[in-house]
Design a protein around this ligand. Structure first.
Ligand code: ADP
Ligand code: ZN
Ligand code: ZN
Length: 825
C-alpha cells in the first residue's frame, strides 16, 4: 500500500514562480507549512528544477490551487524578507515577454542586477571591507568567512558542502546585504569601495551629549583641541557622518589634533564607505529663463499630456530641448514623482549628465554599464526608496520605480535603444511608452531627427507633435555643402579620402584657431587584409566575415566573435608576399590626415579608443579644452556633444551610409548626417558642414542639404508603403542556427512548412543572411511581414510558437536553435 506523505487538505499553499531560464511557462511549488507565513509576491525563493539544480526564482502568485499536470516539488527556502520587485515591474516584464516573444525568465534575467540573481554556480568572495573581525558573525557565517580566507573564491554549491545543509540562499542573501560577501566581479572591474575619513564621538559622549561639558573642561588647556571639538559640534548637527576634512577646515587644525582627541577617548576616527552613485558635491544652480520658443513648446507639451498622449519633441540641434526637459523634470519632482530619463549609453558619459547635475545635484542618479555589482544594487535600492531622477541607458527601464511621473526618451531615433542580442530583444523607447502607460506617467520623446515610426504616430494623433525649429539665441543652423568626390577625382584634386574642399576648410579652421570633427561610418569600410596576386582575404574561422585590421595591435580581429590572429607574412592561398591593407577605418584616416595637416593635433574616437573607464570622457575633455584640433570618429561623435569652437564638420563618405543593404539605410543616413552637422558652429559663428560623396544624386542628400525633414518623411514613407516596410507593416525576423549546415537546412524546411501553411505569403524565407555563419553556427533567416493589426500580430506570434514547438519535437532537429526578433530594425 502506498503511504500518503502529504495528505491533500483544502488549505495547502502553493506558489507560482518565474524561473531564471528560457522555459516557456511559470512553475508551481508546494510551500512547506513553516514557510507559509513568509511567502509573498515579489520575494525570491530557492527551488529545485531539472536534475537537482538549484535556482533563485521569483514568486508571482500565492495560491491554494495545485498544478494539474504535475506533482509539485517542495519549496526549499524563502530568500527575502521583503519583496524585491513590485507588481508594475512584473507587468512590464509580461508585456515584453509577450510582445518580443521570449520567456518571463529571460526578461527577469535582464531586469535584475547580478546580486539579486543567485544560482549554484554563483561565485562568492570576501568583501574587501570586511577585514578580519569575525566577532560579530554567527556560526554559519563564521564557517563561510573562514573558508573564504583560505580559498579566495567559492561557489554557492561549495557553501552547501561546507555547511552540510541544503538551503543556503537566505543566509547568502543576508551576508551579501551585510557586505560580508561580494559576488565575484569581472576581472577588469574589481570593486574598490570609495571611503572618506570621518570623525564621531566615542561613548559616553556619543550617547550622552550632556557630558560634553566635562570634555570641554578636560581640554581647556589645549585651545586647538577645544576649537576642533567646537567645530565638530557645530558641523555634526543633523548629519550622520562628519568629515575629518570639514573639521580641519572649520577649526583650522590638522590630523595631529584629531588624533590627540582620539587618544583622550573623545573622538573616534573611522572610514565611511560612500556610494559612487550620486554624491554630487558642487553647489547647484538655478535653471535659466525659458526662451519664447521654449515657453511655447512647454504649453504645447502640457496640452499633449492633458490629452494623455506621448509627446514627440522635434527640435533642431541647439534648439534647447534639454532646457525643456529640465523644466518638465522640475515639475515632476515638485509633484513628488520619480523621473526616468533614457539616453543612448555613450551619451551618458558626456556633457548632458553634468548639465542635469548642475541643476538637480544629488537628486540625479546615473545608471550606466560601468557600475559594478554592488553599485548596481545600491542604485536599485535608491530607486526603490524613491530617488527622484534616474538617468540611464535602455536597461534603466527595469528599475523598481514606485511613483513614476515622467519618462524622457532623449535621442529617441537612436538605434541603440534596441537590444539585438540576446533575449529580450526589446526596444526601450517603445517599452518606455508602455511603462509610462502602466504608471499613468507622462512620456516625452525628443530628437532633432525623429524616427519614421514616431513621426507617423503623430500623424495618426497617437502621439502629439511639438516642434522647435529655431536654434536657441537665434543662432544659425550650419551651412551644408555636398562635395562631388568623383568630379575631384577626375580633376585629380582628390587626395586619398579627402577632397580639396575639405582639406582647404580644415586648413582655414586651424589657422583661425577653431576645431573640426570628421565623421566616418562604423559599418562598411573596415580595413581588411588582402593578397594583391590572387585576391585572397583574411576571414574569421568561426564567422562568415572578413577580419578587420587593427593597427594598434597589429593584428586581425573579428567584430562578430572577437577572434583574433596575427598577420600572415605570406598569402595562405598562393604563397605570394604581396599582402596589403584595404579599406579605411578611423585609424587610417587619422594617419593620412597627419600627412596633409602635419601641424594639427588629431584625436580619434571609436570603440577601440574609448574602452577604458575614463577614456571617452578624457577624449571629450581634451577636445573641449582645446588640446586637440580635429576629432575623427564614428557614430559616437554624433551623440549629445556640444562644443563651442567647432567650425567645420566633415562627413567623409555619404555613399557608405546610403549604400547599406537595409530598408532603413536612407533613414539612418539622414539622421546621422543631420546629427553630425548639428555639432558645427554652436555658439558664436555659423558652422560649416562638408559632405563628401561619389554619388551626389541621392534624394537623401538633397533633403539633408535643405534640412527638409517633412520632405524626407513624405518621400521615405512613400517608398516604405510601396515595398511594404515598417511603419506600414510589422517585421518579425526568425533565425535558425545549428553547427551543421545540413541540420539547419532540414530544420528550416520543416519550419517553413508549418509557417507557410499558417501565414501564407506573410512568411518569407528561408534565406541565407548577410553574415551566414557566426561563432561556428550556420544561420538561416525567415522574415514575417504582418499587417498592423493586433489580432493579426497575435496570430502570427502563435504560429511562430507552434512552428518552433513542432521543430523542437522533430527527431534529430530538436537542438536547432530558434531566435525571434520582433521589430528587428
Ligand atoms: P538641444 O538639446 O536641442 O540640441 P541644447 O539644450 O543643447 O539644445 O541647447 C543649445 C544651447 O543653448 C546650449 O548651449 C544651452 O545651454 C543653450 N540654452 C538652451 N536654452 C537656454 C535658455 N533658456 N537659457 C540659456 N541658454 C539656453
Ligand atoms: Zn594570394
Ligand atoms: Zn568571428
Amino acid at each position: 500500500m502506498e503511504e500518503q506523505l502529504h495528505p491533500a487538505t483544502a488549505t495547502q499553499t502553493y506558489v507560482t514562480v518565474i524561473l531564471p531560464l528560457a522555459v516557456p511557462k511559470t512553475f508551481t511549488y508546494e510551500v512547506p507549512e513553516p514557510l507559509v507565513p513568509e511567502v509573498d509576491f515579489g520575494k525570491r525563493v530557492e527551488v529545485e528544477f531539472g536534475k537537482a539544480k538549484r535556482y533563485s526564482a521569483l514568486i508571482l502568485e500565492v495560491t491554494n490551487t495545485p498544478p494539474e499536470a504535475y506533482q509539485p516539488k517542495l519549496l526549499l527556502s524563502v530568500i527575502d524578507e521583503s519583496p524585491i520587485v513590485n507588481e508594475t515591474q512584473v507587468r512590464l516584464w509580461r508585456w515584453i515577454a509577450d510582445y518580443y516573444l521570449c520567456t518571463l525568465g529571460e526578461v527577469m534575467n535582464a531586469a535584475l542586477p547580478a546580486n539579486l540573481k543567485l544560482s549554484s554556480e554563483t561565485i562568492l568572495s570576501l568583501s574587501p571591507l570586511f577585514g578580519q573581525d569575525f566577532s560579530d558573525l554567527n556560526d554559519q557565517e563564521y564557517l563561510i568567512a573562514e573558508a573564504l580566507t583560505i580559498q579566495k573564491e567559492i561557489t554557492i554549491d561549495d557553501v552547501r558542502g561546507i555547511l552540510q545543509r541544503k538551503t543556503v540562499y537566505p543566509l547568502i542573501r543576508r551576508m551579501l546585504d551585510k557586505r560580508i560577501l561580494y559576488l565575484k566581479e569581472d576581472l577588469k572591474q574589481k570593486y574598490k569601495p570609495k571611503t572618506i575619513g570621518c570623525v564621531r564621538l566615542q561613548d559616553p559622549y556619543a550617547s550622552q551629549p550632556k557630558l560634553l561639558e566635562e570634555a570641554f573642561a578636560k581640554l581647556s588647556r589645549s585651545t586647538r583641541q577645544v576649537e576642533a571639538l567646537m567645530a565638530y559640534v557645530q558641523i555634526s548637527r543633523g548629519l550622520d557622518h562628519v568629515r575629518k576634512q570639514d573639521v580641519y577646515d572649520k577649526a583650522g587644525v590638522d590630523s595631529t589634533v584629531l588624533r590627540a582627541l582620539e587618544k583622550k577617548g573623545i573622538f573616534e576616527l573611522y572610514e565611511h564607505e560612500v556610494s559612487r552613485i550620486g554624491g554630487y558635491e558642487e553647489t547647484t544652480i538655478e535653471a535659466s529663463t525659458l526662451s519664447d520658443q521654449q515657453t511655447q513648446a512647454m504649453a504645447a507639451i502640457r496640452a499633449g499630456f492633458e490629452d494623455n498622449k506621448p509627446v514627440l519633441l522635434h527640435g533642431v540641434t541647439g534648439s534647447g530641448k534639454t532646457r525643456v526637459y529640465i523644466e518638465l523634470i522640475q515639475e515632476a519632482i515638485d509633484r513628488g514623482e520619480q523621473v526616468l530619463y533614457l539616453l543612448p549609453e555613450i551619451a551618458l558619459t558626456t556633457q548632458i549628465v553634468s548639465r542635469l547635475e548642475r541643476v538637480f545635484g544629488d537628486d540625479i542618479t546615473v545608471y550606466h554599464s560601468r557600475l559594478n555589482n554592488n553599485e548596481r544594487v545600491e542604485l536599485w535600492n535608491s530607486v526603490l526608496n524613491g530617488k527622484p531622477v534616474l538617468l540611464g541607458a535602455r536597461s534603466a527601464l527595469f528599475l523598481p520605480f514606485s511613483k513614476l511621473g515622467l519618462i524622457v526618451v532623449d535621442e529617441e531615433h537612436d538605434p541603440s535603444f534596441k537590444q539585438y542580442d540576446p533575449n529580450p530583444r526589446y526596444n526601450a523607447r517603445d517599452a518606455a511608452v508602455f511603462l509610462a502607460h502602466l504608471h499613468g506617467a507622462k512620456v516625452i520623446l525628443g530628437t532633432a531627427t525623429p524616427s519614421l515610426e514616431s513621426f507617423s504616430n503623430t500623424k495618426k494623433d497617437k502621439y502629439r507633435l511639438v516642434e522647435m525649429p529655431e536654434r536657441f539665441g537665434g543662432l544659425q543652423l550650419p551651412e551644408i555643402r555636398i562635395v562631388d568626390a568623383k568630379q575631384e577625382l577626375k580633376e585629380r584634386k582628390l587626395q586619398s579620402h579627402f577632397t580639396s574642399v575639405l582639406i582647404d576648410a580644415l586648413k582655414t579652421t586651424l589657422e583661425q584657431g577653431q576645431q573640426a570633427i570628421l565623421f566616418q561610418n562604423r559599418r562598411g569600410y573596415s580595413p581588411t587584409y588582402r593578397c594583391t596576386t590572387c585576391g585572397w582575404h583574411a576571414e574569421c574561422i568561426q564567422c562568415d566575415v572578413s577580419l578587420t585590421y587593427h593597427k594598434y595591435h597589429n593584428n586581425l580581429r573579428c567584430h562578430y566573435c572577437g577572434y583574433q590572429t596575427n598577420l600572415p607574412s605570406a598569402c595562405p592561398a598562393c604563397g605570394d608576399k604581396k599582402l596589403v591593407i584595404k579599406g579605411f577605418g578611423t585609424e587610417k584616416i587619422e594617419d593620412e590626415l597627419k600627412i596633409y595637416l602635419p601641424e594639427a593635433r588629431i584625436a580619434r574616437m571609436d570603440l577601440d579608443t574609448v574602452r577604458g573607464k575614463h577614456a571617452h570622457a578624457r577624449l571629450i575633455n581634451d577636445f573641449e579644452e582645446g588640446r586637440t584640433d580635429i576629432l575623427v570618429g564614428t557614430q559616437m561623435v554624433t551623440k549629445g556633444l556640444d562644443f563651442e569652437k567647432v567650425a567645420v564638420v566633415g562627413v567623409l563618405s555619404a555613399d557608405q551610409l546610403l549604400q547599406f543593404p537595409d530598408f532603413r539605410a536612407g533613414e539612418r543616413a539622414f539622421q546621422l548626417m543631420l546629427q553630425v552637422a548639428g555639432r558645427a558652429g554652436r555658439k558664436h559663428k555659423r558652422g560649416q558642414v562638408i559632405i563628401q560623396a561619389f554619388n551626389t544624386t541621392s534624394p537623401v542628400l538633397r533633403e539633408v542639404l535643405a534640412g527638409d525633414y517633412p520632405g524626407f518623411f513624405t518621400r521615405e514613407m512613400m517608398e516604405r508603403n510601396q515595398f511594404q516596410y515598417p511603419p506600414y507593416v510589422r517585421l518579425i525576423r526568425i533565425t535558425l542556427k545549428h553547427t551543421k549546415p545540413a541540420t539547419v537546412n532540414d530544420g528550416a524546411k520543416l519550419f517553413e512548412k508549418v509557417l507557410k501553411k499558417r501565414l501564407g505569403d506573410w512568411a518569407m524565407g528561408p534565406a541565407v543572411p548577410y553574415v551566414s555563419r557566426i561563432r561556428s553556427y550556420y544561420l538561416l533567416d525567415f522574415m514575417i511581414k504582418v499587417p498592423k493589426d493586433p489580432k493579426k500580430l497575435a496570430y502570427a506570434k502563435a504560429s511562430i510558437r507552434e512552428a518552433t514547438e513542432y521543430l523542437n519535437q522533430a527527431k534529430g532537429l530538436s537542438n536547432v536553435r530558434v531566435s525571434v526578433d520582433v521589430d528587428p530594425y
